[in-house]
Write a protein that binds this ligand. Structure first.
Ligand code: AMP
Length: 539
């Protein structure tokens, strides 16, 4: 058989050749809508690859983006990869210390950004030590600021052959802050991305085809928008991108572009459902939604099913490219009652071919798939991480098992159910908050003896931080003053929604703070401002 390295440029080559007129629609933040197609994206990507080479960039160099979902961002992915570069999508919601760390750690050479992030970029420029060139995707009309993307690539003719190489060459870099310490880089390879893409389009995962109109709500800086911008050109889908996250804009796009497939975190679906219920708007063409990033609430699954929309419940991580499992429907699905369907989908689904899962106890012994035994969830496969970028050691054991930090049980029918989380982090609206950083910041405040941050269920954000504080003897602490202190140390959206004072925190036999016991103690805790309808949908 012929040798055909699995490199991502084959995706856009294929789309250009077979689906050249296939539409890519963008709703920009200023309200305008533009249309392009795969032929134009491929042409722009070639021109960008030439422009990168003209800057002196070479194979393996990291090219960063700080941008929402739009067609120029899409072209830049293929442009960076086509030049043999490594595409580093930066999450603009990280706070300055993290942004400084990751761009310097990645040694990014070029940054392409949205004008909406210009103030952030200007503030970070003195702190980013390796970025030589800044390009703005959508520069203001007055010509002030960095060179615009279209002007930059406009100097090139597009007569360019993609840089070839090994299918195991790196192609993408995403940092995850869902761990302790500094964010960690996950380096995707051409091969791992291609295998993930081939798996993802299948009926049991995203169920994509030439007839699909797909709108990934998940941002392109979140584990590559769960791979949709790679899968859409493979299947020849119409792709709809929105740089604007307001539910009315999104719903209009769904309606006008006849979107059939979409994917996003529960928080965004909650906002959408809330808007649809209030406005009476309908998503008549929508056939399937994929919910992931956090557990899909039962009431949300039910809402979609009752509106004739299939639900795929996906579990995954930045470290798993990100698809680990998704809710494939079993034989006889049409005979399931709605209650049975909701129950089935509320589990996190099954693995596609290419992922292996197991659960282990504290001593590392594999647990039975009996639907009862919960243990640490581990996974392995060709699109699962082996080693973090620039790390000295593998992130897996000698048998390649990667410990996810999630706690789950496996059912006899192959479905996986997340039951808890071993890692000490809080996930709010799809983004991570480090409890340890919050605690360190809190104990730096006069009068705080000990502090613990835990995630509390929140109707809109899935989880929000609660800070539990033990005062030093004889000290009085004003919660507002403590909050103001924290605000100087962490991002605003990390600030705890409430601060509770207790006499003591639970500890394990070895004297370690027991988050498990603390979470149990506060399991019924609710924040005062919870919206009743959202609360209902979250159940
Ligand atoms: P990230 O790397 O930011 O994508 O976060 C991955 C983590 O999000 C996982 O390890 C889980 O803790 C959580 N997660 C992702 N999907 C789900 C899901 N469907 N249900 C519960 N937790 C999830």
């Amino acid at each position: 058989m012929q040798d055909w390295p699995l490199r991502v440029m084959r995706l856009v080559d294929h789309a250009e050749r077979e689906h050249g007129e296939g539409e890519i629609v963008t709703a920009w933040a200023d309200g305008s809508v533009t249309r392009t197609n795969w032929r134009a994206v491929a042409h722009d990507a070639r021109r960008m690859a030439q422009a990168l080479e003209a800057l002196g960039c070479r194979k393996g160099d990291r090219i960063a983006t700080l941008a929402m979902n739009h067609s120029r961002h899409l072209s830049s992915w293929y442009g960076a990869a086509g030049m043999g570069g490594v595409l580093h999508t930066i999450n603009p919601r990280l706070f300055p210390d993290q942004l400084e760390y990751i761009a310097n750690h990645a040694e990014d050479r070029v940054l392409l950004y949205d004008h909406a992030f210009a103030p952030l970029v200007e503030a970070m420029k003195p702190r980013w030590t390796t970025i030589e060139r800044y390009i703005c995707f959508d520069p203001p009309a007055n010509g002030v600021g960095d060179t615009g993307f279209m002007e930059w690539i406009g100097e090139q003719d597009g007569d360019y052959a993609w840089v070839e190489g090994d299918e195991r060459d790196p192609v993408g870099l995403c940092y995850t802050s869902g761990t302790t310490g500094n964010p960690k880089g996950v380096l995707y390879e051409h091969r791992s991305t291609m295998l993930h893409t081939l798996a993802e389009a299948a009926p049991d995962i995203f169920n994509l085809s030439k007839q699909s109109v797909v709108l990934p709500i998940v941002p392109m800086f979140h584990a590559n928008a769960w791979g949709v911008p790679w899968a859409a050109p493979m299947m020849g889908c119409k792709l709809v991108l929105s740089a604007d996250y307001r539910p009315d804009t999104m719903c209009r796009l769904f309606r006008e572009e006849k979107v059939t497939h979409s994917a996003g975190v529960p928080t965004i679906w909650l906002t959408m459902i809330d808007y649809l219920e209030r406005s009476g708007d309908k998503l008549s063409d929508l056939k399937q939604v994929t919910i992931g990033g956090s557990a899909a609430p039962r009431a949300m699954i039910r809402w979609f099913l009752e509106h004739g929309i299939e639900v795929g419940h996906a579990w995954g991580m930045t470290e798993t490219s990100p698809i680990g499992t998704c809710g494939s429907r079993p034989l006889g699905w049409e005979n399931y009652s709605i209650d049975e369907k909701v129950e089935y989908i509320s589990r996190q689904g099954r693995v596609p071919f290419g992922v292996e899962l197991r659960t282990v106890d504290e001593d590392g012994n594999a647990l039975p798939r009996d639907g009862k035994s919960s243990g640490n969830l581990q996974c392995r496969g060709p699109w699962v991480i082996r080693r973090y970028f620039k790390a000295e050691e593998d992130a897996t054991d000698e048998d390649q098992w990667f410990d996810t930090g999630d706690v789950a049980c496996l059912h006899p029918d192959g479905t996986m159910q997340i039951t808890d989380r071993a890692k000490d982090v809080i996930k709010s609206g799809g983004e991570w908050i480090s409890s340890i950083e919050l605690e360190n910041a809190a104990v730096g405040f006069a009068g705080v003896a000990e502090a613990a941050a835990i995630g509390i269920a929140h109707p809109k954000w899935d989880e929000r931080p609660l800070l539990v504080v033990v005062r030093q003897e004889g000290c009085d602490i004003c919660p507002d003053a403590l909050r103001s202190h924290l605000a100087t140390k962490v991002a605003k959206w990390w600030l705890p929604d409430a601060i509770e004072f207790v006499d003591e925190l639970p500890h394990t036999a070895t004297g370690k703070l027991s988050k498990k016991m603390l979470r149990e103690r506060f399991s019924a805790y609710r924040f005062a401002d919870a919206d009743a309808r959202l609360e209902e949908l979250r159940r």
